[in-house]
Design a protein around this ligand. Sequence first.
Ligand code: ADP
Length: 278
Amino acid sequence: LAIFSAPVWTANQVHLGRLYVFRDVTHERAVERMKSEFVAMVSHELRTPLTSIKGYIDMLLDGDAGPLAVEHQELLQIVKSNADRLLLLINDLLDMSRIEAGKLMLHRAPLDVRPLIRQVATALRPQLDAKHQRLNLDLSETPPDDAPPLMFGDAARVHQILTNVLSNAIKYTPQGGEISVRLSVEPPWMCIAVQDTGIGLTPEEQERIFDRFYRVRNRATREASGTGLGLAITRSLVDLHQGRITVESEAGRGSTFRICFPLLTSLDGINDDEALAQ
Ligand code: ADP
């Protein structure tokens, strides 16, 4: 049941009472749930054959069926990169439908984010190099390795959050730009700031970039592949960790995305939080 209410006044400001409107949304909820379940089912069914296609492409590229001419290798690389894009899209759709259905499970444990940041940076090295971009990692404001700042997180999901934000910084920053990732401990939070010198965002765009399927209408966005789901998923994943994500940006100058998670020491009753998040 959805309830809306508003005060009712006469023309000369006498308060008459409140008007309540009750609306039965059972049907809408059922339709939403069916839509989510349908998307989840279709994405899952698409993923299985696609994973098999990718496996066979890799076998061919590895020469398992005999040596390939250079032209054949080049064509197969194109097939492979399109299969990879399709898999990313399907995984995003699956994540989004799980989030909407409240079915995305976190597997949380005490987590040091510094090795994760390094892993994500290494995985994105080819994209950075292809655009001649420099990446500065500043993890130094944190204590030495024997006392790492910990959060209570799902390593794979935090990896996904960092990958989304960092790969956006690369995509929406021109050739030769600079990107920095800074970790800071600001009790009761630990924050990761990803700053770029890219195309930036107007205040109106900043309001909408976390919406599902929203992509800014500009050349850089048209040329970069994407679905407009990345930041919507990222924000939901950050929320599930009881964290916050914000953006500061100036069009034409660059953007800074700040992701803050509760420091593990400041969480009272991990089990309660875990129960809430699931
Ligand atoms: P996409 O798959 O299009 O990258 P996202 O949800 O990750 O989708 O981002 C939504 C939109 O926000 C992007 O299409 C892009 O227009 C804008 N955007 C995201 N990150 C940045 C950034 N670092 N700099 C400028 N624009 C950005």
